[in-house]
Design a protein around this ligand. Structure first.
Ligand code: ASP
Length: 351
């Protein structure tokens, strides 16, 4: 009799253990499953996404040589960021390394290759944010720093402020040891000609090259092996801008945002709209408060909110599970991403 009771107890215990094991498995999956269906276990070791600006980017207006040069620059930027992430470097280091490559390239409207103001100079804006602590830094209207993105990061890490502008920002960045250049370094004939056309009252149109008013801002979001996100954006703003105009790019919450709990975002487009609709923060908020997936949140902001209001542009975003979103409501956006394991894509047009 005792043996029967002991056997029954053992069977019950065994069943209980199995059930328990099953439900804890399911619980784990349920707890880590996101709305777009990806699970924590799917998370790549690292991921990186970039943009090089949104606008009237059309295949028929692009020469093969120019397309190849832009594609090469974007791949070089992705390579620089991947080298950091593959070695176990931080998302912040990857964002900075990636954006340096694009800032150094004359094909993008950031640092070398920046558009000209009405006064015929280059005024640069940038911002930086880390997702694990919501720390952020930004600079606006600077004229002599080779890498504005590093100035934004220095404001974040080495000052008690978030946004510095003009001469003060330059003085701070030089004091932080950043490379100072002669403003002539930023000159490119193409952007200068675009200003001359704007000044002549011509409508700046897409000709054979991509030189409209606000193309080529660069941005990057990275996810590192520790699951941390970081985001950065760097731009020359809009051709023919006046009165120390600042767009969304140096405004945290408008052009850039990062929170490990949701995503990292970098925007490009008509800055005034991105400021008014707090675009980068809105993506985060939709995920945080409404439980939207990355795709739902980014599509709603770019294809609904902005379209309804007349704001043109796009954004790149990456969530903590390595999901990538790159929506835009213009004819094209220079964009690309990679994930650990070899997945990589660089695209220009709507596809
Ligand atoms: N958003 C930038 C600005 O308004 C320009 C751009 O992204 O093309 O300054």
């Amino acid at each position: 009799m005792h043996q029967i009771i002991r056997l029954t107890l053992l069977i019950c215990l065994g069943l209980a253990l199995c059930t328990c094991q099953d439900s804890s498995d399911t619980g784990l999956r349920a707890a880590t499953q996101s709305r777009d269906g990806s699970a924590e276990s799917d998370r790549p070791d690292y991921a990186l996404v970039i943009h090089g600006g949104a606008g009237t980017i059309l295949k028929e207006n692009m020469t093969d040589e120019r397309a190849a040069a832009i594609e090469a620059a974007m791949n070089a930027a992705l390579d620089a960021g991947e080298a950091v992430l593959r070695d176990g470097g931080s998302a912040a280091d990857a964002v900075e390394a990636t954006i340096w490559v694009m800032e150094d390239s004359p094909y993008f409207n950031s640092a070398k290759g920046a558009v000209f103001t009405n006064a015929g100079i280059n005024e640069l804006d940038a911002s930086f944010m880390t997702g694990h602590d919501q720390n952020a830094g930004a600079v606006g209207g600077i004229t002599n720093l080779k890498h504005p993105i590093s100035a934004a990061r220095a404001v974040m890490e080495k000052s008690e402020h978030v946004l510095l502008t003009g001469k003060g920002a330059e003085e701070f960045a030089a004091g932080a040891g950043l490379e100072v250049v002669d403003p002539a370094y930023f000159f490119t004939q193409e952007r200068y000609d675009a200003l001359q056309r704007a000044l002549a009252g011509e409508k700046v149109e897409q000709e054979k090259v991509d030189v409209d008013k606000k193309h080529g801002t660069v941005g990057c979001v990275a996810l590192d092996k520790d699951g941390n996100l970081a985001a950065g954006t760097s731009t020359g703003g809009m051709t023919n801008k006046r009165y120390n105009r600042l767009g969304d790019s140096p405004i945290i919450g408008a052009g850039t945002y990062a929170d490990n709990a949701t995503c990292g975002v970098s925007c490009t487009g008509w800055g005034e709209y991105f400021i008014r609709y707090a675009v980068a923060y809105d993506v985060h908020a939709r995920m945080a408060y409404a439980g939207a997936s990355l795709k739902e949140a980014t599509d709603a902001v770019i294809h609904q909110t902005l379209v309804e209001k007349g704001g043109t542009g796009g954004l790149i975003a990456l969530d903590a599970r390595g999901n990538v979103a790159m929506p835009f409501n213009t004819p094209g956006m220079y964009r690309g991403y990679l994930k650990a394991g070899g997945e990589r894509e660089v695209r220009f047009y709507e596809e």
